[in-house]
Design a protein around this ligand. Structure first.
Ligand code: PLP
Length: 381
């Protein structure tokens, strides 16, 4: 069968069908070398020069990501944050960017510092009124529109196609942080996005043992070359071992994400009318404010992330987390094990996150065990 006809599950499971030419190994080798030899004629015969720019171990993971997202190219980074900041680092003083009020908090605070320092203008549109972005976009001056969907930690979904249209009509590019969805559930480029970003630390790797990031571009144009130059110049690359682990994680991506989504949906439905839960925030529930948007641009499930607002406020929320015996109290998301976090505590002063909110990254455990743990934790508050 031709590689182009294969389904994403097959491409992931077989790491694009890679078989090592020298040994016949069916898993791609790790190339730890930081440097590559020139020919006597001074050329680089294989195209590899130095690992801060490129390394064969990155290539398989990057090619797979590009295929999964239907993009023209992929780049992996040392962290989700380095992947997220790279497109902003291609901007010039005086350029304008647009971002949502609710987004990954560390990126939001970096953006505030970076734009102030480099004289880049920024506006934040209200995620509850996304159409307000129309009044904030500046045709010709807005260069980048950033959205995150589903967005941490309320899981509001923004309409990618609508934002792509708005961006393109104004001469801007749209970048989507699709970390919570993963390419299994949503492919933003199919909806018009120019760039997709992932914290590869989360679902792509999936085992809470690699820090990484990824960008996938709709077009391999000059802007994409600029982004690659930013990565090389700042050494924002992963180590080859981490790149290899990431590729290994991606081989089970579809199984993991589907199981986590199924578990999260079951948990959301179970606790939806629970006497100790004020509300369940999960885009898969028809009662979620942005369920229709989610249903339009996500397929095969709504992801493993959900938040519970606990009856009784902040104290009750923190006590519920403390009572959990199976679900670990830890930051991050997208691993095979379930995690819980009181987000307002980690985000600190000025966070838009309600104090009674617990964020859950639902893993691939038996869902009955997870429900039992949550039930006993809520009962003991
Ligand atoms: N984007 C989202 C949605 C995230 O949740 C995170 C991390 O939690 C990041 C970006 C940053 O990724 P990293 O921690 O890999 O730098």
């Amino acid at each position: 069968m031709r590689n182009n006809d294969l389904k994403p599950e097959t491409l992931s499971a077989q790491a694009l069908g890679h078989v090592d030419e020298t040994t016949g190994a069916v898993t791609p080798p790790i190339h730890l070398s930081t440097t590559f030899e020139r020919n006597a004629d001074n050329s680089y015969p294989k195209g590899f020069v130095y690992t801060r720019s490129e390394n064969p171990t990155y290539d398989v993971a990057e090619d797979l990501l590009a295929r999964l997202e239907n993009g023209a190219g992929g780049l992996i980074f040392s962290a989700g944050m380095s992947a997220a900041v790279a497109p902003f680092m291609t901007l010039r003083p005086g350029d304008h960017v647009l971002a949502p009020t609710v987004m990954y908090w560390a990126l939001r605070s970096w953006l505030l510092d970076f734009t102030a320092q480099w004289n880049i203008e920024i506006d934040f549109f209200d995620v509850n009124k996304p159409e307000s972005a129309t009044d904030l976009v500046r045709p010709g001056n807005t260069k980048l529109v950033w959205i995150e969907t589903p967005a941490n930690p309320l899981w509001d979904c923004l309409d990618i196609a609508w934002f792509a249209q708005l961006s393109h009509d104004s001469g801007a590019r749209l970048c989507v942080d699709s970390t919570a969805a993963s390419p299994v559930l949503s492919r933003p480029i199919d909806h018009g996005a120019d760039l997709v970003m992932h914290s590869a630390t989360k679902y792509l790797n999936g085992h809470s043992d690699v820090l990484g990031g990824a960008l996938i571009a709709a077009k391999a144009d000059e802007w994409w070359d600029d982004i690659r130059r930013v990565r090389t110049a700042h050494g924002m690359v992963m180590g080859p071992f981490e790149a290899w682990l990431l590729l290994r994680g991606m081989r089970t991506l579809h199984l993991r994400v589907r199981k986590a989504s199924e578990n999260a949906m079951t948990i959301a439905e179970h606790f939806h009318n629970h006497p100790k839960v004020a509300s369940v925030l999960y885009p898969g529930l028809p009662t979620h404010a942005t369920h229709d948007v989610a249903a339009k641009q996500m397929e095969d499930g709504f992801g493993g992330m959900l938040s519970l607002r606990i009856d009784g406020g902040e104290k009750a929320a923190i006590k519920t987390a403390a009572n959990l015996e199976l679900i670990h109290r830890a930051t991050s998301l997208g691993g095979v094990e379930s995690l819980v976090e009181h987000r307002a505590s980690i985000e600190g002063k000025g966070t838009p996150v309600p104090a009674d909110l617990l964020r859950f990254s639902i893993g691939i455990e038996d869902v009955g065990d997870l429900i039992q743990d949550l039930e006993q934790a809520l009962l003991a508050v």
